[in-house]
Design a protein around this ligand. Structure first.
Ligand code: AMP
Length: 288
């Protein structure tokens, strides 16, 4: 596995590879878990060459968020990617990607008006800006993203379409721990007690999914209210919990029966102590 730090060298390497191979790319912030590795396995299936990046992107963290304390176990990550047969690990420094004077930003439209776009101002602008750079540097034919960050996935898809990027965005379903908690690098911040309480999040979402299937006439407001009560009972502070159409991420009107929302999805963010966790599930019938 080639360990590369310089954007120029990665781009030169990728341009050389592209003469004979396709490139699948997985952007990450490191502190890799099984969820990330499943994305890498997917990338392996898609193309002859796989590039993974590890970069904790300061542009997508607001002041007061966890940029400094974000875990960076680089050697372990490197060994895991080596075992996965990754062709190149791109690990730039902040100065490599944002040299003095860097000033361009990619603006995100309506998809960032809700949910994490409200709680984390500037977050998605930082995400799409770095992703556009990474796509250019790695010359990716495929970029693999997790549904765990569903709003991010839709925003990247939109940017790719709007800006005519010559790559295919491939989604991978959320990978969960055996007890249902979505895998996340931030789970390691949780104390044992918080880890236990965090289970209320996937359980509430799972329950919403069950209700949406068994009682599609239930109103969105009733479903959300029941789920909120369960989260509050477990001591979780709710940032948002809502139902939206997967297509445009506009929150559904409360009085609407869940069965009438197109491609309904429940999305939530909670705080447990200092740790912010997000999760989402598709509601309704699976074969829509
Ligand atoms: P991150 O390192 O958290 O920025 O995530 C890098 C990529 O891994 C993103 O596309 C995430 O959506 C994806 N990812 C993170 N956790 C999971 C998970 N539990 N299941 C599926 N994909 C995930």
């Amino acid at each position: 596995m080639l360990l590369l730090k310089s954007p120029e060298v990665v781009q030169e390497t990728a341009l050389r590879w592209k003469r004979e191979s396709r490139i699948a790319f997985v952007p990450t912030m490191g502190c890799l878990h099984e969820g990330h590795l499943k994305l890498v396995a997917k990338a392996r299936e898609l193309a002859e060459k796989v590039i993974v990046s590890i970069f904790v992107n300061p542009l997508q963290f607001a002041p007061g968020e966890d940029f400094e304390r974000y875990p960076r176990p680089f050697e372990e990550d490197q060994a895991a990617l080596e075992r996965m047969g990754v062709d190149s690990l791109f690990h730039p420094s902040v100065a490599d990607l944002y040299p003095d004077g860097f000033s361009t930003r990619v603006a995100v439209g309506d998809l960032s008006r809700h949910f994490c776009g409200i709680s984390r101002p500037g977050h998605f602008e930082g995400v799409v800006t770095v992703c556009l750079k990474l796509f250019q540097i790695t010359q990716a034919d495929f970029a693999v993203f997790g549904e765990k960050d569903f709003q991010q996935l839709q925003i990247i898809r939109k940017m790719t379409a709007d800006l005519n990027l010559p790559l295919t965005v491939v989604a991978h379903p959320t990978v969960r721990e055996e007890d249902g908690l979505a895998m996340s690098s931030r789970n390691r911040y949780l104390t044992p007690e918080e880890r236990q309480n965090a289970l209320a999040l996937p359980e509430a979402l799972k329950r919403m999914r069950a209700i949406s299937r068994s009682h599609p006439d239930t109103s969105v407001a009733d479903m959300v209210a029941t789920a909120k009560t369960a989260l509050e009972k477990a001591g979780l502070a709710i940032d948002y919990l809502a139902v939206a159409s997967s297509r445009d991420l506009v929150p559904a009107v409360g009085s609407t029966p869940i069965g009438q929302v197109a491609e309904p999805r429940a999305l939530a963010a909670v705080k447990i102590g200092k740790t912010r966790l997000i999760d989402n599930v598709r509601l309704g019938s699976l074969d829509e």
